[in-house]
Write a protein that binds this ligand. Structure first.
Ligand code: GDP
Length: 659
């Protein structure tokens, strides 16, 4: 078997490991997930059009006099110097372009393809990504791809469904999870004391169902934002006495956006004021028609407290799972997703992994997001030692070097060097990645996108103070877009209440903008919005919103404000002040540092803080500004975590006159 997978930084290994002569269906001894997948895909040999950087450069030179520049193929990670060479320019030119993008890089710093492509674009050089020869890039599949792959795989067998419970606060999500779990633990069973590991499995009629035990759509959407969709079915809990509430509607929107089928559990039917029919009526008003009303949404009446209807609910889940024909091949190296992870004082890094395909074995080497390790021990959801984990089973694994993040993909690999190489590659990509995400959707870009045929759908998330304004807003907006051929408006979510972090994550994942009507985001949401570049627009008058959307569709909406960078400084020293406050000794390397500026703290290219200046001093005196080439002392509001070498960006927001 050809082994050439850790060469992700190396030059051309075109056509390398594709020609394994193994033709069986399953995994052979020692074969890794990547090798397995490549063999199954039988990817064709790389063609001549995918020259590596160096080769492309010489081709370009030869062809220079005729026609437009040929596109340069770049690897997915390279140093600044390598990029400069590939683009036939100087490292300084690259560093300048990176600075324009607020990335501070040295000549030997590694950057990913997305960043490199943007730099090249600014220099008018078209690029293409070299066919991805790294495992990190090829291993992760979407839910649909995974299902498709399983459908085509003769060795795939039925796997248990993975279920998330959603619904309004206090409607009984936690109680229902408890009821389901304890109904399944036989009395007196050894190890019956359940452990909280983030997910559990139950058994019914010899079949299993996996429940994620963090209820609510926040965790669900956060996982999706990380590219992991683990949920196969959403159980929407609605209290029979309380009916459909704002979070119920949000949960519906989140499940729908993810294309996950919904089963409704009408809970608390033991209550004297329970009114299941009213719940079904309200659901119908919101587009979920119960089966008993002639629709396709299964509903089950339950009481989590009295443990009524639980078995029926589980049976319905199995039926829905059957319709989905969920399958996975257990005879291959495992891949899955991190559900949660933490550091345990005695056991080290502990991560719960939900297996999606294949079987995970003790002693397997795994890469989990940007970390890796060999599995030392595994425990199931009842704290029992496990030697194997099959598809849809959650297991706690021990042996990773660091804690991965929830939603990180997990894959088995053959050897540790390979795992380390991938983990390192991902670390680099993550460090630079946050800076270079594709530009998020902004209302003012809509016109341009329509003209270039890019986006024809404007997706919005609306939050308003009261139900009444929601309806009025939706009506007004739909009138603007009525009869428009070239743009369609899609409201992904309309509900009342403040803009939350989960709304912002949802918008970011779905490419939507957030419209707040008489509501503001909370701090976490604000942070999430600036972190993800989500456009949040605030209105208190409907016609201003309508005007803006009309203008945006014609490409006439101008941004209201823009950011102006004043200068950059570097942290050279750190001082401790009383009350655990820290100050930094800075050297201004470019432009000016202003007392009234906002400051971003950049570490290895990522923003670790964004906030205001508490004090700026030259020697002992307060300073209004400090010019480049000078030293100064600085403390920031709410930030006391400087590291030597941090780069600080001083900037301010400038209002743009709206005509
Ligand atoms: P969550 O916020 O959706 O997780 O709701 P909880 O599971 O914490 O339940 C909220 C409250 O409703 C608790 O006081 C529960 O005891 C109560 N509760 C949950 N299920 C039922 C039920 O089926 N019947 C009744 N009467 N009360 C319930």
């Amino acid at each position: 078997m050809v082994k050439n997978m850790s060469g992700f930084r190396g030059p051309n290994n075109a056509g390398g490991g594709n020609s394994g002569g193994n033709s069986g269906g399953g995994r052979t001894g020692g074969e890794s997930e990547g090798e397995y997948r490549r063999r199954r895909k039988r990817r064709p040999m790389q063609g001549p059009g995918t020259a590596v950087a160096g080769g492309a450069r010489s081709t370009m030179r030869r062809m220079a006099p005729v026609g437009p520049p040929k596109s340069v193929a770049l690897p997915n990670v390279m140093t600044v110097a390598e990029l400069a060479e590939a683009l036939n320019t100087t490292p300084i030119a690259i560093i300048k372009e990176l600075m324009n993008r607020k990335i501070m890089a040295t000549i030997n710093q590694q950057i990913d393809y997305a960043t490199a492509a943007k730099v090249a674009e600014a220099l008018n050089i078209p690029t293409e990504e070299k066919v991805n020869e790294t495992l990190a890039g090829t291993l992760v599949l979407t839910a649909e791809q995974r299902q498709q792959e399983a459908n085509d795989d003769p060795e795939a067998v039925t796997r248990p469904p993975v279920v998330t419970i959603m619904g309004h606060v206090d409607h009984g999500k936690t109680k229902l999870l408890d009821a389901i779990r304890s109904a399944n633990v036989a009395e007196g069973e050894a190890g019956g004391i359940t452990q909280h590991i983030g997910a559990y499995q139950i058994e019914l009629q010899g079949r299993r169902i996996t429940f994620l035990d963090t209820p609510g759509h926040e965790a669900f959407t956060q996982m999706r934002a990380r590219g992991a969709q683990v949920t196969d079915i959403a159980v929407l809990v609605v209290a029979a006495d309380d009916g459909v509430m704002p979070t119920t509607l949000e949960a519906i929107a989140h499940a729908r956006a993810a294309n996950v089928p919904i089963v409704v559990a009408i809970n608390k039917i033991d209550r004297p004021d329970a009114n299941p029919d009213r719940v079904k009526q309200q659901l119908a008003e919101n587009g979920l028609i119960a089966e008993s009303y002639g629709g396709d949404i299964p509903t089950v009446e339950v009481s989590a407290r009295e443990r009524l209807g639980i078995e029926e609910l589980l049976e319905v889940l199995l039926l829905v799972a059957d319709l989905q024909e969920l399958k996975a091949n257990p005879h291959r190296p495992a891949s899955g997703v991190v559900i949660e992870s933490r550091i345990d004082r005695n056991r080290g890094v502990v991560a719960t992994v939900l297996i999606q395909t294949g079987t995970l074995n003790l002693r397997d080497v795994v890469v989990a997001g940007a970390t890796y390790g060999r599995i030392r021990a595994m425990n199931d959801d009842r704290g029992r030692k496990a030697r194997q984990a099959r598809p849809s089973m959650p297991v706690e694994i021990l042996g990773l070097l660091e804690t991965p993040e929830a939603g990180d993909p997990v894959q088995v690999l053959v050897d540790e060097r390979e795992a380390r190489a991938i983990a390192e590659e991902r670390t680099i990509q993550r460090r630079v990645g946050t800076q270079v995400n594709d530009r998020p959707v902004r209302l003012e870009d809509l016109g341009k996108q329509i003209q270039s045929g890019q986006t024809k759908e404007l997706r919005i998330v609306i939050k308003a103070d009261v139900q009444g304004s929601l309806g009025a807003l939706q009506n007004a907006i739909s009138r603007v877009t009525e009869g428009q051929q070239n743009v369609q408006l899609r409201t992904l979510l309309a509900s009342t209440g403040a803009i939350t972090e989960s709304d912002v994550t949802f918008a970011a994942t779905s490419g939507a903008i957030v419209i707040g009507f008489n509501v503001r985001p909370d701090a976490a949401a604000q942070r999430a919005a600036s972190g993800n570049g989500v456009d949040i627009r605030f209105y208190d008058v409907i016609y201003t919103l309508v005007d803006d959307i009309e203008a945006a569709m014609k490409g006439l909406l101008e941004p209201e404000s823009r950011e102006v960078t004043d200068g950059y400084a570097e942290v050279r020293q750190i001082f401790k002040l009383p009350n655990r406050i820290q100050a930094a000794g800075l050297y201004v390397i470019d432009g000016r540092a202003l007392r009234n500026d906002r400051v971003r703290v950049l570490r290895s290219g990522t923003v670790v803080h964004d906030g205001t200046v508490a004090s700026l001093k030259r020697f002992k005196d307060d300073a209004r500004e400090v010019a480049s080439g000078y030293e100064c002392g600085l403390s920031l509001d709410n930030f006391n975590d400087y590291q030597e070498g941090d780069q600080l960006e001083f900037y301010h927001i400038e209002k743009v006159a709206v005509s």
